[in-house]
Ligand binder design. Structure first.
Ligand code: CA
Length: 219
């Protein structure tokens, strides 16, 4: 899973990036509003963490641009305690939730999970289809009722596929969703991951669409 971290504070940004990577996120970190907008436009993110006070464009402007072009990526605002009006403006501009600095990292994760599952219309921590689901709370996959623990990469793979069941994702799209900027990706990394998932769950858990990519059946 890939997150866009928009934060100009070097210490907060570095700590967040390290902590997120530690739990399996691929993190693209940008430190000003203009870079943020171009990264957001190019990337395919599961979630955006948005600081409001930023150099060049501020966070509200970045958010407004994204929402104006119809981008519905879940957004969590991270902001200082004294900026009530900014927070309200952020929510009105289309942010999904906010968190006050200083924050607890576990709460950041919990709020990210909450806004991500709401974006899938799920009331609990499960996303997916009748046949196969992902438990965002425990990082398990449930296939035909059987639960299996996933590695961070496997989880990122399944999240990408289950965000839009039935949609075909190419190798490049999957790589973008699973790996962050500057991460070395071996050429058959996606195949190795899919092979591992099939060994865990059985061949039919992910289907291959010849020449196009992979998908999970929308049931
Ligand atoms: Ca700031």
């Amino acid at each position: 899973m890939r997150v866009l971290l928009i934060e100009d504070d070097a210490m907060i940004g570095a700590n967040l990036a390290r902590a997120l990577e530690g739990v399996g996120w691929s993190v693209d970190w940008v430190k000003d509003g203009v870079l943020a907008s171009s990264a957001w436009l190019d990337g395919d993110y599961s979630c955006v963490l948005l600081d409001l006070g930023l150099p060049r464009d501020d966070g509200i402007q970045v958010l407004r641009k994204a929402r104006a072009r119809g981008d519905a990526t879940p957004v969590l605002i991270l902001t200082a305690r004294d900026s009530v009006e900014e927070r309200i403006q952020g929510l009105d501009t289309g942010a999904d939730d906010y968190l006050l600095k200083p924050f607890d990292f576990q709460e950041v994760l919990a709020r990210m999970r909450a806004i991500m599952r709401r974006s899938h219309g799920a009331a609990d921590s499960l996303i997916g289809t009748k046949e196969i689901q992902l438990d965002m709370g425990t990082r398990e996959v449930i296939f035909h009722g059987r639960r299996e623990q996933l590695t961070a990469r496997e989880y990122a793979l399944m999240y990408a596929l289950l965000e839009r069941p039935g949609a075909i994702l190419s190798r490049e799209q999957l790589e973008n969703r699973i790996y962050g900027w500057g991460e070395e990706v071996i050429s058959n990394a996606v195949d190795v991951l899919i092979h591992g998932m099939r060994r865990k769950l059985g061949n039919e858990c992910i289907s291959n669409v010849r020449g196009l990519g992979w998908r999970v059946r929308a049931l």
